[in-house]
Ligand binder design. Structure first.
Ligand code: 2AM
Length: 196
């Protein structure tokens, strides 16, 4: 989802592109990667590399390097609200025609995930960071530049069904720096916070 984020930078400052996210464990990563491969075959496009598969919690965009400490302090604040571990069940495959993304999602968002996103958003707002305030729609991008044979904006017609949900135990969240390298996008974790 691409929304315009108000600035987290000032002119002339060195910046990094960052977001908070959760990353699948090895078993879920393998299953999601296999799914991405099947989807790529159906929809063309380019599958996300296995190591890059994730679920974004809050996307901040470009942030001044000088403000990274404040970002970590905000995450500490969020952690202090007693956030709980949970299992995230990936049950659905969907296609967004407007941005040509095939993604995995869920029909029921776990309360613990909503609490985590809410706590992060509150702490980030209190610390003066800008981010997208639209309703949170968890999506795990699996294929980009897809061309699914589909007339509507959000659909699953023509996509393989998930026989069983991919269940992903969520025990921590991460702050990630996104960099463009010669081999494509690289996501580098720069902070980790455990869930209780
Ligand atoms: P995407 O997979 O739909 O592109 C790193 O870019 C992560 O942040 C990805 O999960 C990406 O979602 C998400 N992201 C990128 N730009 C965003 C934006 N403007 N608003 C919300 N999420 C964004």
């Amino acid at each position: 989802m691409t929304q315009v984020i108000e600035t987290n930078t000032a002119a002339g400052e060195e910046t990094v592109r960052v977001f908070f996210a959760i990353w699948p464990d090895a078993a879920a990563k393998r299953q999601l990667d296999e799914l991405a491969e099947r989807l790529e075959a159906v929809c063309e496009g380019r599958k996300v590399r296995a190591e890059n598969i994730h679920l974004t919690l809050v996307f901040l965009g470009e942030v001044s390097v000088d403000r990274l400490d404040a970002l970590c302090l905000a995450a500490n604040e969020a952690r202090g609200t007693g956030l709980r571990a949970f299992d995230f069940a990936v049950e659905e495959i969907r296609y967004w025609k407007h941005n040509h993304i095939v993604y995995a999602g869920t029909s029921g968002i776990p309360q613990e995930l909503l609490d985590l996103v809410g706590a992060l958003q509150s702490a980030l707002s209190a610390a003066g960071f800008s981010f997208d305030h639209q309703a949170y729609v968890p999506h795990i991008t699996l294929v980009r530049k897809a061309r699914c044979p589909a007339p509507s904006i959000e659909l699953k017609a023509g996509l393989p069904e998930l026989v069983q949900p991919v269940v992903w135990p969520v025990r921590e969240w991460v702050l990630v720096k996104s960099e463009q390298a010669s081999g494509g996008l690289v996501y580098i974790p720069i902070g980790r916070w455990p869930l209780a």
